[in-house]
Design a protein around this ligand. Sequence first.
Ligand code: SF4
Length: 206
Amino acid sequence: MQKYFLSEIFFSINGEGLQIGKPMAFIRLAGCNLRCKWCDTKGSWIQKDQATLEDIVKEVSKYNTEWVCITGGEPLLQDIEPLIKKLQYKISLETNGTIYNDVIKKIDFVSVDIKTPSSGMKNDFKVLQKILGVMSYGQLKAVISDKNDYLFVKKSLNDIDLNFPLILQPNFFRLSYKELFSLYIEDPIDHDLRILMQIHKIGDLK
Ligand code: SF4
């Protein structure tokens, strides 16, 4: 019987990116291969409790939802293909951009991160490009803590073939929305982008 390391299942709004404000069910899988300095879901790093695929599907079915977001941690550490096959919903995936799996091709909306220097983590641009190359739809998302992060993302776009919108969001604890907008006005990034807040933090939601 297929089992997953699970952190939690809950219903909330999607607080960031192109799906901002959309109510949906979230499946937070446990375990992450990164340790970002400003991670706000450190509780999901440890793989402890397991749930069966059937239990997860049953729990999600309690919610009246069109979309289910599979998040983490890093969901692609586990084989999510059986899970998305069973879930009869539109599927959104949040991934940190360091693991490739063909299942990405089958997902309706993929949010992939580019890690900025302030996170203390590095990107694997080959993997990132492979993910961006097979996604049917989605976004590239960056958390900006300072000017160095902003310039890093701007420069990185020269090395990435990006056919989806770029989402910039300020690190809630280190940069104001106004400061991020000023960075853009001073030195604009020439790509389809959105500069957005994480509204689940403003609303004190999960
Ligand atoms: S990739 Fe996401 S879950 Fe993992 S450490 Fe970074 S912010 Fe946290």
